[in-house]
Design a protein around this ligand. Sequence first.
Ligand code: GLP
Length: 246
Amino acid sequence: MQLIIAKDSQQFGEIGANVVCQVVKNKPNAVLGFATGSTPIAIYEKLVEKYQKGEISFKNAFCCNIDEYVGLDKNHPQSYAYFMRKHLFDHVDVNFDNVEIPSGIAKNLLEECKRYKEFLAYHPRDLQIVGLGQNGHIGFNEPYTPLGSKTHVVCLSKSTIEANSRFFTSVNHVPTKAITMGITELMTAKRLLVLACGRHKAEVVKDMILGACHPHLPCSVVQLHPDATILLDSQSASLLPDYLKE
Ligand code: GLP
């Protein structure tokens, strides 16, 4: 596990974007797994800049997302499909035929999960970006999700609904369910880029890195990944012991 602590948001974005560039440079048709939330936005901004400077092209890459809210159409401003277009896909040369995001409005959600599972099985991720919920979720794999899980429908926990309500007009508008890649599918990516920012993530970051690897804290599985980069800011790293920060 490689730990990187960025000194500010600029550097955070630059380091994260460089990881993506490196993967795509080595393999132009790489399969990239993206994440949503406020944390990766700085990285996506840098990727757009790098694309504009000709430093990266997504035209042969395959892009997929960890999760999507159930009940939100891909054009809903809070859907993760919309998020990815707004922050990245609409500003770079992504081939939309090569973009896969679970549909939150599929009539048969179990069939949709099956379809996504098959897609992931045939498209092992060369890089998976992973954000962190304050309760330790990765994607929408909430505490006590079996570590062997694959794509499934999840009932969001009260704390996740409350945490994500800042993006909605009220807590009552936050979807209560989502489709998420499972923990196994996240872990089978060749490389993981795990992100956290802010003092409110410091506890969970400490437990993720130093706590027991257990389903009560899904993010703790990243300890077992053979090629995980943990990218933090100084606030989220503030409870880590000094010897880890050297
Ligand atoms: C949501 C997403 C997660 C993401 C998390 C963190 O819950 N489903 O994939 O990691 O938000 O969001 P933020 O980066 O805003 O803290």
